[in-house]
Design a protein around this ligand. Structure first.
Ligand SMILES: Cc1ncc(COP(=O)(O)O)c(C=O)c1O
Length: 402
């Protein structure tokens, strides 16, 4: 198929849930992607915060090839070694005791919600199921019905009601707003440590520690969604580790498999033990191929000192973006941590700016609130940041000129 045929087939045959850029990506190398016409792009999107290791990681690819030759899939009624190795890696990295593997972030959230509900059901001792969950306005947790119900954005929910009952929405970074919603039915509070899709808003330290204290005081579960901000992206393996806070349940996905679909929710023993055989399951979740990818991702994170690189290059990117925001009249604010950064635009449309960046050979995404979102592979260099800034400046100037 040539480029035009691929695009026209997509428009004809796929259910139209995405407005795609007219580009067919073909292959990657390092932190660069190439389309079917041979055009090169500096990738500051990483398949939406997925490809942490970039596109040329030899040991990661070899681990996948080796596992394909051995065993791609088996049922969860049997043990498999990659899943056990991955479970050790995830529990060590999160500080949790047990993990359940899923195929996506939204399924990790489904599982986290089910775990919280079952925990509350058992705790109530009387079989009651009318427990409530407090979620945040402006949040994003995924598109399946449970994850959608805790996603604080009316636009995503509108046509798909009724939502699962008992979800209340508080203002992010406003502890009083959360406290005012707590009652004796509240079983969990769910939030992103850094709101990603909502416009790149990190939680304040007071907010996160305040929620932890509130949960401890009221015997409520704290669920942190680290699907986007976890796996090293903010400069620690999980973002909550920079706040001195540990959740009861944490969700992850995206860079966990670095391109092979894999998510997970992990929990402390006291909570995890609420789920027993028959409560939850997944045909593919924790399959050997995805878990071999996960093990290799953790190994490569160590071998390449990926988190150290995020700290170093993230600090550089913060500095460059802060200067840019001070100089450029179209940038209102920089927000973010490590290599999860947002630039809120003013006077220019972020969608148009992202499209223009693409013509300049820079891939990035938008987020809510007219924000450009930068989630590059975690192996980028300072020179890549410089190139990104040059291309971005050119793109903003071009959009401003009309
Ligand atoms: C914080 C957060 N949670 C959950 C999800 C859903 O993940 P997935 O698209 O893998 O289902 C996303 C996706 O962007 C996300 O950013």
């Amino acid at each position: 198929m040539n480029t035009d045929e691929i695009i026209s087939t997509a428009e004809e045959k796929l259910i139209h849930t995405y407005n795609r850029y007219p580009v067919v990506l073909d292959h990657g190398e390092g932190v660069r992607l190439y389309d079917t016409d041979g055009k090169e792009y500096l990738d500051f999107g990483a398949g939406i915060a997925v490809f942490a290791l970039g596109y040329s990681n030899g040991p990661y690819k070899q681990a996948l090839k080796d596992q394909i030759d051995k065993l791609i899939h088996t049922s969860n009624y049997f043990y498999n070694e990659p899943a056990m190795k991955a479970a050790v890696k995830v529990t060590e990295a999160t500080g949790m005791d047990r993990v359940f593997f899923t195929n996506s972030g939204t399924e990790a959230i489904e599982g986290a919600i089910k775990l919280a509900k079952k925990w509350a059901y058992l705790k109530s001792g009387n079989g009651s199921t009318d427990h409530e969950i407090i979620a945040m306005k402006n949040s994003f947790h995924g598109r399946s019905m449970g994850a959608l119900a805790v996603t604080g954005n009316k636009h995503y929910q509108e046509a798909f009601g009724p939502m699962i009952p008992g979800i209340r929405f508080a203002q992010y970074n406003d502890l009083d707003s959360v406290k005012s919603l707590v009652n004796d039915k509240t079983c969990a509070i769910i939030l992103e440590t850094v709101q990603g899709e909502g416009g790149v808003h990190p939680a304040t330290k007071e907010f996160l520690t305040g929620i932890r204290e509130l949960c401890d005081k009221k015997d409520i579960l704290m669920i942190l969604d680290e699907v986007q901000c976890g796996m090293g992206r903010t400069g620690s393996m999980f973002a909550y580790q920079q706040y001195g806070v540990t959740p009861d349940i944490v969700s992850m996905a995206k860079a966990l498999g670095c391109g092979v679909p894999l998510g997970a929710f992990a929990a402390k023993e006291e909570v995890a033990k609420a789920l027993v055989p028959g409560d939850h399951g997944s045909t593919y979740g924790g399959n050997p191929l995805a878990c071999a990818a996960c093990v290799s991702v953790f190994e490569q994170f160590e071998a390449l000192h990926v988190v150290d690189n995020v700290r170093k290059v993230g600090a550089y990117m913060t500095k460059r973006f802060d200067s840019l925001a001070a100089e450029n009249p179209y940038i209102k604010e920089r927000r973010g941590m490590g290599l999860l950064q947002g630039l809120e635009l003013t006077g220019l449309d972020a969608g148009k700016a992202a499209a223009r960046c693409l013509s300049e050979g820079l891939i990035l995404f938008t987020a809510a609130g007219n924000t450009l979102r930068f989630v590059p592979p975690l192996i980028i260099t300072e020179a890549d940041v410089d190139e990104c800034v040059t291309k971005l400046e050119r793109a903003l100037a071009a959009v401003a000129e009309g």
